[in-house]
Design a protein around this ligand. Sequence first.
Ligand code: AHR
Length: 523
Amino acid sequence: MRQEFVTQALIALILLPSLLNAQISQQQARIKIDTDRVIGEVHPHIFGNFAEHLGRCIYGGIFDDGSPLSDADGFRKDVMQAVRNLGVTVLRYPGGNFVSGYDWRDGIGPRAQRPVRPDQAWGDLEPNLFGTDEFLRYCERLGVEPYLCINAGLGTVDEARQWVEYCNESRRTYWAEKRRQNGREQPYGVKYWGLGNEIDGPWQLGHKNAEDYSKFALEAAKAMRRADSSIKLIASGSSNFGPNADWIAWNRTVLEHLRNDIDYISLHTYIGNRDNNFERFLGASQDIDHRIEIVAGLIRAAQSGRPNPRPIHIAYDEWNVWYRARGGSEFETGRTRLEEIYNFEDALAMGMFFNSFIRHADVVKMANLAQLVNVIAPIFTSKDGLFLQTIYFPIAEYGRQKGNVALDLWVSSPTYSVGGRPPLNYLDTSCTYDRKGNVLYLNVLNRSEKLNITAQIENQTAELLPTAQVWQLNHPDLKATHTFGNDTKVRPTVRSQTLPAAGRALNYTFPAHSLTILKMNLR
Ligand code: AHR
């Protein structure tokens, strides 16, 4: 008996490496889709963007008065075309940190009379040549929803109320008349208003604790709604996830105070590959998911026990990769103008963010990539032209899924683990369904650096037609970048492909370090 046991143990020991190898080389995954398992609408506003008075975002990006590339309004025509093709739905403005020292009244009226002010957030001189009217005209020209953020740092409640009056009042009031004098008869009807930017951050001008911020925001909400009761308000949620910040407490307090007054609470997240670890970098979805789920829970807690709670959603109104063009402090950062040059792995991170927003489509109803042009942006200009950064292409492609419903997938995938955290799937996924066209969009980021992973894909409610349209972003060099005259290196391929069937399922192999969108028809 003992001898038999020893023999078996020896055989197992001899076979173990080949068993392990077999497991590693197989790398099988399974993805089950069910069109009945709807999470929520993929709100068009999750394909939003953000433009701040910072570096060359406005001046030299959006607005370049006198340039041969600009139109009569001073808007860069090439940039406008690139913004249209990017599919931007909503545009947040004027900051960012900038807004916490900004007086919107400096940016209206005849240009020659507008004051030049030091921008205390980023250390530049602000000429105020571009302000509220220019911004709102820009949005109208693009067909994009404007989203204005008030100064809840050094600003006052009354300034915020006056801004709403200037933009939205139809009667012959003081600020509505000013708007008319400045050439705009009809109210702009600005619907989305942010109650300040990153007030939880000690770097912010006029930084406050959660109680003081909530008191200010409550009064601002009241006064702004007196000017226009139809506006939607976004409270300043967490941006500060540092070791000394109790970010959960911040959101809890803000939600408790503002639950009857706000429509959204914001979240901000920037990620970076500082230690050059690809798989860890693309594991940041754990943080993004976690932050969304915690805030969703806090919203539910603030609403619990109320018969008719006001619906509150998350506006992820700043997100991106940002770690190279940074100094030692936020102020120093401004001096570098935040001109990140994005590479291929950063483009993959776009898919990771969108997958997370889509997986939480019931609660994330707005998201704004930071930012639009030059400053941590997908569009990069010089005075002679522009190029499209690597991150541009996945953003534009995911945008085609707006208005679809997000589906709750069941996924089994090989996993990995970073820094002692719980394991996460190599395949980071989301799925949306276009009910009218009966088309499924399966979004898959393979964040393994080395492994191709074959997935069996099956749908529970109807048969998948074998021919899929495959949109794919892949490149052998994770650090490949674009520049002027060469922005075709990291571009997606699009092809039609018949996927091999395995019973009811279809097989598809997701290559290592790739982002794939499979567009599949149902019978
Ligand atoms: O987007 C750049 C900066 O990042 C914004 O001004 C600020 O809100 C955040 O810290």
